[in-house]
Design a binder for this molecule. Sequence first.
Ligand SMILES: C[S@@+](CC[C@H](N)C(=O)[O-])C[C@H]1O[C@@H](n2cnc3c(N)ncnc32)[C@H](O)[C@@H]1O
Length: 249
Amino acid sequence: MSAAATLTDLSAMVDRRAAGEPLEHVLGWAEFCGLRIAVDPGVFVPRRRTEFLVSQAITLASRPSQAAARRRTVVVDLCCGSGALGVAVATALGGVAGSELAERQVELHAADLDPVAVRCARRNVAAVGGHVYEGDLYRPLPTTLRGRVGILIANAPYVPTDKVALLPPEARLHEPQVALDGGADGLDILRRVAGEAPQWLAPGGHLLSETTERQASRLTEAVARAGLIPRVARSEELNAAVVVATRPA
Ligand SMILES: C[S@@+](CC[C@H](N)C(=O)[O-])C[C@H]1O[C@@H](n2cnc3c(N)ncnc32)[C@H](O)[C@@H]1O
C-alpha cells in the first residue's frame, strides 16, 4: 500500500501480483542485505539465501591480511543480475573508491550477459560508484583487472536444465531462462567461471559461488582442477551452500 501512489495504482499492482508476478517486480525493488535494490521486470530477483554468500565475501575481504596487503579491494560481481551482491559487499566494506562513502576503498566491477539485467544493474551499481559491463562472463571486463581481483563473486545460474520446469511460477514464468538454466548438471557456467578465475584473482584472492548442497562437491573438484584451494561454507538457517575457492598466495 505504501508503494502505490493512488488507489488505481494499488489495484493494478494487486492484480499483477495476483496474476503471479513476483512482488519485487511489481514494486520495482527487492530488499537485500538491508538495502533497497532496484529490480526491473525480467531481471532475476536477488534471493534472501544469497545474503550468506555476501556475508562470506565481507568476512574474507575484511581479514587483516587482505586489508593490509591491498588498501583498495577489487570486487568483481560476475553474472550480476540486478547487481545486488556487489552493491551489498561494497556498501558493507565502506564504499567505492572516490565516492562519498569511501572509508576503506573498494573498486567494484559487475558484468552480465543479459542487456535487461545490465540496464538495471547500472542503476544500482552507479549509486555506489561502480562499473557494469555487458557480455559473456569475463569477456567484457577490463584486462587491467587481470591478477588484481580480491573478491570474485559469481552467483551464476545453477539449476539443472531438467529441473527448471519444477521451479515456482514466479521464477519459471517471470525470470529469464538465461538466469536459471545451468546446463545438464547445473554447473556448466560455474565450471567456466572456475576455469578462468586464476587469471583474474590476485594471489590470496577468493572466488565465491552459490550452489546446492548436492552440487558442492562437484564444483569443489572443478575449482581444485583449476588450481584453486576450495572449501564449502554452509548456512543451515538460510539453506545455503557457497564454494569458496582461494588462489594460493
Ligand atoms: C541466478 S541469476 C543471479 C543474478 C545475481 N547474481 C543475483 O544473485 O541476484 C544469474 C545471472 O547470470 C546471468 N548470466 C547467465 N549466463 C551468463 C554468462 N554466460 N555471462 C554473464 N552472465 C550470465 C543471467 O543473465 C542472470 O542475470
